[in-house]
Design a protein around this ligand. Sequence first.
Ligand SMILES: [Fe+2]
Length: 262
Amino acid sequence: MIDLHSHILPGIDDGAESLAQSVALARIYIGAGFRQVVATPHHVPGSRLEPSPQAVELHVLTLNQVLGDQGLGLTVLPGMEIALDPIILPLLDAGRLLTLAGSRTLLVETPFQQLPVSWERIIQAIVSRGYRVLMAHPERCAQVADRPELAGALVQAGAGLQVNWASFAGHHGRACARTVRSLLARGLVHCLATDSHDPDDRHAGKVPALAAELAGLAGSANLALMTMENPSRVLRDEPLLAPTSVVFPAEQPRRWWTLFRA
Ligand SMILES: [Fe+2]
């Protein structure tokens, strides 16, 4: 598998705090079946989280050297998770942003509360420059949770959608997990990623079990599309394929006497 969203680089954002943590995350990735990971440190214009492309590339080079020295079979590629803001456009034009692994796709962070009023114009302006947009974790946006049809509008505007495994697992709460199911049911989850931050919490370790669970719901071909085919399409600059809508089994109403069971 390829992970398109990871905070594996040490000391550059709120992800891995040290090289030792980065190596620990790499070991977890390898154990979970990943061979390529795109490092996507936060890029929030006007904040301390505004790394230059050169800084990210240098971190990637150093980490790959360390992983190679330790005989670990994981390749880290450069990228960024870029806050959705109109300033993306001049920054992009000035060459101050990194796409995912040198492709034409930008990983754009969906805000946690609501999309900026100009979101559609921003996405269309990025696309009109010949780039593609992959929206990171739309399911974590309160506005999308309230109105899942907004996710369809993002796709209509030209974006692909990347959902976090942790959200599918319920790590970010019930509303978020419900939104993931809604997006899967609408066939709007183009790919899944770990958004790994540290080796003790959000990481790739649970992905094999979660993938088996999702395969049971979505089918193995659909799972392969979301976890392997579409991520590799991003790296090859090929258009994302739409997954098949996932049909969830109807939830059985609980019988009154089961309420008294532990
Ligand atoms: Fe992230």
